[in-house]
Design a protein around this ligand. Structure first.
Ligand code: PLP
Length: 416
């Protein structure tokens, strides 16, 4: 298996949707991936936030292998032994009451949007007034399917697919006055990413979250928190909204919940759940035995091994070290994050692109989002020593770039 031959084959055979980095990974152990030549890479991205337990974790592997030998799939026409087991765990850790299983983040978000519409329809049938409008936030990212992309802010994701769902109004992030001015009983849901991920690692403010909760309570509209990137332990609590002490009516999760096996879920309270009846929503694969067995293994391992505390501790070390780095590098604009969801914003998009690429060349995997933000979403089992390796490499690279950007080179457009 050669990278070059795969690149050629994919170029011919696949739709032109991804610009992959030129690396071919064939295995992994712990927080390291290895390529086809056996070179190891420190993974600070975990497959965009999915491989929470890293690679080759025995609890996850054993659960998947055992379930594979028993039964991989049945469809939602029948019962299997793991659906309720995983749903119980998710309701216990989230504070919500009911679960709908699906296969990805965007599907979970579609389910939440449809639930909001069905909920407002149900209230209207009871004689209350509740409209069909969604309030979404600027810089939000909720996925790529038609409904999700209608609530995703960036023009490049939306515009090629117009017309989208028309009843979505975007307001500036964390702008409480705009929220109050836009909200009315025409709104069926306020949509919040508790910590914006693609948008550059920006936590929603306590004030904004509280105002959204209060407004939804005043009309019966749903407060929906997208925790697809920040949920299931990523920030050191099971859900990022738990840092605020505010419970949404609905939340969505996906990425890390089954440790890399595709799975998503929409969770909601009893009141919102009343809106769905058999046949209104569904999926063939959602919550199949294999994905549920993986999900149970992930949640039980996080609990058994005290991984939430570990995420808090290693995340705090990571943020402290990055803040120290910011003191010695003018190129760093800001360090943001919670637990192991961290963004390092640089002053310059070209520099951010260069640093991300050069870290890869040094076999440290990260990615860049929102042009200027280096994003870290490592496996939860990351140790402080791994953080130090990454921060030291960043320090060296930033120093190198600062030296190169000497007055002589400042006018050189190739460095622009
Ligand atoms: N919502 C958030 C906050 C995300 O970060 C993502 C993916 O990055 C999605 C939704 C979409 O998830 P998926 O790519 O699994 O469809």
């Amino acid at each position: 298996m050669k990278l070059e031959s795969l690149q050629a084959a994919e170029k011919k055979l696949l739709l032109n949707t991804y610009e992959r980095n030129p690396y071919l990974f064939t295995g992994g152990k712990g927080v390291y991936l290895h390529d086809e030549k056996g070179e190891e890479y420190l993974d600070l991205l975990s497959g965009i936030g999915c491989s929470a337990l890293g690679y080759g974790h025995s609890a996850l592997e054993d659960a998947i292998i055992a379930q594979t030998k028993k039964l991989i799939h049945t469809s939602n026409l029948f019962f299997h032994e793991h659906t309720a087991e995983l749903a119980l765990r998710l309701t216990e850790i989230s504070g919500l009451d009911r679960v709908f299983f699906c296969n990805s983040g965007t599907e979970a978000w579609e389910a939440a949007m449809k639930l909001a519409r069905a909920h407002s329809e149900r209230l209207r049938a009871e004689g209350k007034h509740l409209g069909t409008k969604f309030i979404a936030l600027e810089h939000s990212f909720h996925g790529r399917t038609m409904g999700s992309v209608s609530t995703t802010h960036k023009a490049k994701y939306r515009e090629p697919f117009a017309p989208l769902i028309p009843t979505v109004e975007f307001i500036p992030f964390n702008d409480v006055a705009a929220l109050r001015a836009t909200f009315s009983d025409d709104v069926c849901a306020i949509l919040i990413e508790t910590i914006q991920g693609e948008g550059g690692i920006h936590p929603v403010s306590r004030e904004f979250f509280a105002a959204a909760r209060e407004l939804c309570d005043s009309t019966g509209a749903l407060l929906i928190a997208d925790e697809i990137q920040c949920g299931v332990g990523r920030t050191g609590k099971w859900f990022a909204y738990q840092h605020y002490g505010i419970l949404p009516d609905v939340t969505t999760l996906a990425k890390p919940v089954a440790g890399g096996v595709p799975m998503g879920a929409m969770l909601c309270n009893e009141e919102a759940a009343k809106a769905f009846h058999p046949g209104m929503h569904g999926t063939t694969f959602g919550g199949n035995p294999l994905a549920c067995a993986a999900g149970i293994a992930v949640i039980d391992t996080i609990k058994r091994d005290g991984i939430l505390d570990h995420v808090t501790e290693v995340g705090a070390h990571f943020i402290t070290r990055l803040k120290e780095l910011a003191n010695s590098h003018d190129a760093i604009r800001e360090v943001r994050g919670l637990g192991l969801m961290i963004g390092l914003e640089l002053n310059d998009a070209t520099l951010a692109g260069d640093i991300a690429r050069e870290l890869m060349e040094r076999r440290i995997i990260i990615n860049r989002t929102s042009d200027t933000v280096l994003r870290f979403l490592p496996p939860y089992i990351l140790e402080k020593e791994h953080v130090d390796i990454a921060v030291d490499a960043l320090d060296e690279l930033l120093t190198l770039h600062a030296t190169q950007a000497s007055p002589v080179l400042a006018g050189d457009t190739s460095h622009g």
